[in-house]
Ligand binder design. Structure first.
Ligand SMILES: Cc1ncc(COP(=O)(O)O)c(C=O)c1O
Length: 373
């Protein structure tokens, strides 16, 4: 979590011991706030940051509890993962050898050596996060094996005990019917078996294992309700269609809704797929290939790329897009000065507004040119 997320946790009365500070570019203010809130761990992302955390903790006469975020050279996305020796990304300390100025040492090992030398840093253990929307346990297993091997080597070489290992998040959810995530218990059992056998092979006691699921906890809790506005149908000439037929022509209906990339940036950011259903009534009308689009000034402003909706869908109908509980509201913006929608919690037939929708005043009151006119 970063600055504002810490503020939410503090205001909600969450015990800091249960929280961790993340980020590749933590400010001194964020590090100080983490120490003020007595956070359970600061997950250090770089050598530079480790030095700053030690300095800030020393200036306060305190000890900072630290984990080191390592990049094990395993990248996973959905059904695939790739393993590489070297890392070229902004997050984490590379485990690949000789990646720093100090010949022979990886950045990860340099950080372990430095952390153990600082009297006001308590090195709790190691952390990694290999990607998101992952369905198969293989990538997690390989990362766990690599980190455990490194943990054992560091314990032996520096005569230390690293009691914790955090294997990050990334557990996939179903956004569309083709997504088939495994039950959490199945993944957990596979991971536990890997950790157990690797620790036995290395002859070390198992560290305390933690994970950081994000979307797997909240993603499917929420759906977005949109109101249908303008409709139009275009003729598409395609060299080949989804069924493999060549030189085809087919109609595609564009269904415009009252939101879009400002409330769900994921399709435009990384081609994320969603589905949509007619939510305000039932319909026996034939299904028609449709593309649900937002109302922003971008032709890439797509909510659902391809979905079959009843052909009688009309302005005023409501569409529900499921799986929007993660990385949607949190990524939302006021692009085109659209007011962000509210969030309603529903349980056992009763509904409660938990985030109110923005008003025109909310939109204008930070703009010094018009706020007080
Ligand atoms: C360090 C870290 N842990 C956990 C997560 C959660 O990932 P997910 O929502 O894919 O489970 C993220 C997401 O970006 C992350 O950066």
């Amino acid at each position: 979590m970063l600055w504002g997320e810490l503020a939410v946790a503090a205001r909600a009365g969450i015990d800091g011991a249960n929280l961790g500070l993340h980020g590749n570019n933590k400010s001194d203010a964020e590090i100080n706030r983490a120490l003020d809130m007595k956070l359970g761990r600061i997950v250090v992302d770089s050598l530079d940051e480790l030095e700053r955390v030690a300095k800030i903790a020393s200036g306060r006469g305190e000890t900072a509890k630290v984990m080191l975020r390592l990049t094990p050279g395993v990248h996973a996305h959905t059904h695939e993962f790739i393993a590489t020796a070297h890392e070229d990304q902004k997050f984490g300390l590379s485990m690949a050898g000789d990646t720093t100025e100090s010949a022979g040492l990886s950045a990860a090992e340099e950080a372990v050596a430095a952390a153990t030398s600082y009297s006001n840093v308590e090195l709790l253990g190691l952390h990694c996060h290999i990607g998101s929307q992952i369905f198969e346990p293989d990538g997690f297993a390989l990362a766990a094996e690599k980190l455990l091997g490194f943990l054992a080597a560091m314990q032996a070489k520096y005569s230390i005990v690293l009691p914790e290992l955090d294997l990050g998040g990334g557990y996939g959810i179903a956004y569309t019917p083709v997504d088939t995530p495994r039950p959490p218990a199945e993944i957990a059992q596979a991971m536990a078996a890997v950790v157990r056998s690797k620790c036995a092979e290395l002859g070390i006691a198992s560290p305390r294992i933690s994970i950081e699921p994000g979307r797997a906890i909240v993603g499917t809790s929420t759906f977005t309700l949109y109101e249908v506005g303008t409709l139009k149908t275009v003729r598409v000439d395609a060299p080949v269609d989804a069924g493999g037929n060549q030189n085809v022509t087919f109609p595609r209906r564009y269904v415009s809704v009252d939101g879009g990339m400002s409330d769900n940036a994921r399709p435009v950011l990384y081609d994320a797929d969603y589905s949509a259903i007619l939510a305000s009534r039932t319909s026996d009308a034939a299904a028609q290939l449709s593309r649900v689009v937002g109302k922003h000034c971008e032709s890439g402003d797509i909510v659902v790329r391809d979905v079959y909706l009843p052909e009688d869908v009309a302005a005023g109908d409501l569409l529900a897009v499921p799986g929007t509980g993660a990385y949607c509201w949190a990524l939302s913006s006021n692009y085109n000065y659209l007011a962000r929608p509210g969030v309603v919690a529903v349980r056992n037939g009763s509904a409660r507004l938990i985030v109110r929708g923005e008003t025109e005043e909310d939109l204008l009151n930070r703009d010094m040119g018009v706020a007080n006119v």
